[in-house]
Design a protein around this ligand. Structure first.
Ligand code: ASP
Ligand code: MG
Length: 407
């Protein structure tokens, strides 16, 4: 007998038929003798609908009231799921976040979980119930309802699994696992049986949006065994997210990630002297703009160019800050911006013990005539910035070059 937490996303509970489908799967696990805790999201589209409704009444909605409101999406699905189970003869009981007492801080709309009281759940499980818990929500120490940020039900699932020391946390979604890259770009992309937490974080943060990043971090920290599976398929083991040391036969490269959300900012003709990087990026940080890649060359003639990337939505703001506050101050020649770029990354923990990955990557891109504008590396990742119109080509040729289509 195992204790399993199963989290079902919005598409998996989108209508009564799908909810019954979820209940059937839960009932099967229960019949095998397992204890099951189910975490559900709101029906797909419901959270967006509620947010839009709030904005019609108050353009910039009060965060406390917003959380009181959007948390109702999940309150509907927990009760429906419990009812579907009961209708199949399975004893079930639903809990809101507050009823469990998923204690969070009071940062409405982006609260963090501080503590979970798992006693009631454990008692219900021991009494033979399936426990259905609302994802995405908690309660602060004063009893205010809070929510955990978009996609937060993943975090609820992982946090409950950690608190209950569950044997496995299964995340059911509309894809059947984590792929070597997006199958819409590379039809030969392959589902990975396993991937390490670190790789998953790289793939998730780069736009392979299977799991909320915070949930992956949480699972890594608390050593929760996490598995991503499809709720639309009866069979299949999905992708298990593992710890590196558990996985002896690690492939060198696990996947190709990409991101079209960044834009490039270049400060041309900056003096090559101490303090310049700080004078450029200080005001950017003060404006709460996140910077991802940064490059700066050494200048032979005493000046150099300084380039970095920000989210596309913040390009205008970043350019305005640099032109207003920085350009004259440091004596730079020009400030330019380009949002027609994309980042493509090769990810794999096996890179740690292999040389030559970067040169293989650059050779592959060169053979296609794709110009590399920026490069950054970490122990398990090499990223390049290229012209947006070559992104899909880059992903395809790299997927092939690293033989990711073969098992
Ligand atoms: N319903 C919430 C959202 O749409 C939480 C979730 O689905 O994970 O973001
Ligand atoms: Mg989700």
């Amino acid at each position: 007998m195992a204790l399993i937490v199963q989290k079902y996303g919005g598409t998996s509970v989108a209508n009564p038929e799908r909810i019954r489908n979820v209940a059937r799967r839960v009932a099967r696990y229960k019949a095998l003798g397992h204890q099951v805790v189910v975490v559900v999201s709101a029906m797909s589209g419901e959270t967006n609908r509620l947010l839009a409704l709030a904005r019609e009444v108050m353009p910039d909605p009060d965060p406390r009231e917003l959380d009181t409101m959007v948390s109702t999406g999940e309150q509907v699905t927990i009760a429906l799921t419990a009812m579907a189970l009961m209708d199949m003869g399975v004893r079930a009981k639903s809990y809101t976040g507050a009823q469990v007492r998923i204690l969070t801080d009071d940062a409405f709309t982006k609260a963090r979980i501080l503590n979970i009281n798992e006693n009631n759940i454990r008692k219900d499980l021991d009494d033979g119930f399936v426990v259905v818990v609302a994802g995405f929500q908690g309660v602060d120490e004063h009893g205010n309802i809070t929510t955990l940020g978009r996609g937060g039900s993943d975090t609820t699932g992982v946090a409950l699994a950690a608190a209950l020391k569950a044997d496995e946390c299964q995340i059911y979604t509309d894809v059947d696992g984590v792929y070597t890259t997006d199958p819409r770009i590379v039809p030969e992309a392959r589902r990975l049986d396993t991937i390490t937490f670190e790789e998953m974080l790289e793939l998730a943060s780069q736009g392979s949006k299977v799991l909320q990043i915070r949930a992956v971090e949480f699972a890594g920290k608390y050593q929760v065994k996490l598995r991503v599976l499809s709720s639309f398929e009866e069979e299949g083991d999905g992708t298990l997210i593992t710890f590196e040391e558990e996985n002896m036969e690690q492939p060198i490269i696990s996947g190709i990630a990409f991101n079209r959300d960044e834009a490039k900012v270049t400060v041309l003709g900056v003096p090559d002297r101490p303090g310049i990087a700080y004078q450029i990026l200080g005001p950017i940080a003060d404006a709460n703009i996140d910077v991802d890649m940064i490059i700066q060359n050494t200048g032979a003639d005493g000046t150099t160019d300084f380039t970095f990337t920000v989210h596309k939505n913040e390009l205008g703001k970043a350019l305005a800050i640099l032109r207003d506050k920085v350009q004259n101050h440091i004596g730079a020649r020009e400030i330019t911006g380009d949002d027609k770029i994309a980042k493509v990354s090769v990810v794999g923990v096996g890179m740690r013990s292999h040389v030559g990955i970067a040169s293989e990557m650059f050779r592959t891109l060169a053979e296609e005539g794709i110009n590399i504008q920026m490069i950054s590396t970490s122990e398990i990742k090499i990223s390049v910035v290229v012209d947006e119109k070559y992104m899909e080509l880059a992903v395809r040729v790299l997927h092939k070059a690293f033989e990711l289509e073969q098992a």
